[in-house]
Design a protein around this ligand. Structure first.
Ligand code: BDP
Length: 322
């Protein structure tokens, strides 16, 4: 036996060992910056899973949209290049039409109603529809995305004030139609493009919750916040199916439980962040405008009729949740 061969044989068991200990690298992406409720909850989920899996799952965090827009992140997850994310349901709608039931304007009475729905069997059913679709993602739990209101350069005090206003929405045709039904002009663009679009006047406004309006600096160029409450969008925590299929059943179970725990943690963080954001926005000179929601609700009835038609039963179940 020559020296080289001896070395090779001696190294073999080591190579096997190294392979067994090879951790599964999980990159988790979020459009929101570090410190944002969703990102904080993702970090503790990752820590829990690293500990529980004894290092077999290894998390790397990519907040602040550094891996691309939500649409791009979804495509990367479908290809298995990004393993996990939390995305808005708005962006899932065009690919898994069933979830658009939750994306319809005024489908939830208020945030408490939305929470009761996502915590119950309808919430699980929508997660399953994402998982069981051809979408290539496994939907594990929900995060809270608050209530979306309009923010604009010129005040919207009543429905008529929206006439002709160019309002940014997420890339979902239903949202464009929703703004159009209100008399405005819905324009789809990625989250990262809103700031400069507001600054340069490409758009007259956008719509989102107070934490996003604050943390993405949109308030700097849109000082009026009209409390329309037209959308209350929950946000699924999703994993690439390619990654999911690499996990052992025990690891899959761990991931599911940790995602549910992240749902609970984020909710508490969300409430604190929302209150603090409202205060900061007001201190920065943003005028909060209470509007009569009825005209906005009535104007968007055709959207609910059009998109809700195939889901009459599901809508009844949503409405029945107290
Ligand atoms: C925020 C969501 C984020 C969306 C963003 C948007 O948390 O996931 O990307 O809205 O409208 O509320 O683009």
């Amino acid at each position: 036996m020559n020296f080289k061969r001896t070395l090779l044989i001696a190294a073999l068991p080591l190579a096997f060992l190294a392979q067994a200990a090879h951790a599964l690298d999980i990159k988790i992406a979020d459009i929101h910056p570090k410190g944002y409720p969703t990102v904080v909850a993702e970090e503790s989920m990752g820590k829990t899973l690293e500990a529980e899996s004894k290092g077999e799952l290894k998390f790397r965090y990519f907040p602040g949209g550094v891996l691309g827009s939500e649409k791009e992140v979804i495509e990367q997850m479908q290809a298995g290049a990004i393993q996990m994310s939390r995305v808005s349901l708005g962006i899932v709608g065009p690919v898994v039409p069933d979830v658009n039931v939750f994306n319809m304007p005024f489908i939830f009475r208020d945030q408490a109603h939305m929470r009761a729905v996502i915590d119950g069997e309808v919430g699980d059913a929508i997660l399953d529809r994402i998982t069981n679709s051809e979408f290539g993602l496994v939907a594990l739990a929900w995060m809270d995305g608050g209530t979306r209101n309009l923010y604009t350069k010129k005040p919207v005090r009543k429905l008529e004030d929206m006439k002709g206003m160019k309002i940014r929405v997420q890339g979902n045709p239903m949202f464009i139609e929703t703004i159009n039904a209100m008399g405005g002009n819905g324009i789809a663009m990625d989250t990262g493009e809103i700031f400069s679009a507001l600054q340069t006047g490409v758009i007259d406004g956008a719509e989102n919750n107070p934490p996003t309006m604050l943390e993405h600096n949109h308030y700097q160029n849109a000082k009026f916040y009209s409390l329309t409450g037209h959308l209350i969008l929950p946000e699924p925590i999703v994993m690439s199916k390619i990654t999911w299929n690499k996990l052992t059943p025990e690891q899959q179970d761990m991931v599911k439980k940790a995602a549910k725990a992240a749902q609970a943690e984020e909710r508490v963080l969300w409430d604190k962040k929302s209150t603090a954001s409202e205060e900061k926005l007001k201190a920065a000179g943003v005028e909060f405008i209470t509007v009569d929601k009825k005209p906005f609700y009535d104007a968007t009835a055709p959207i609910r009729a059009k998109y809700g038609a195939p889901y009459a039963d599901l809508i009844k179940r949503i409405e029945a949740v107290q």
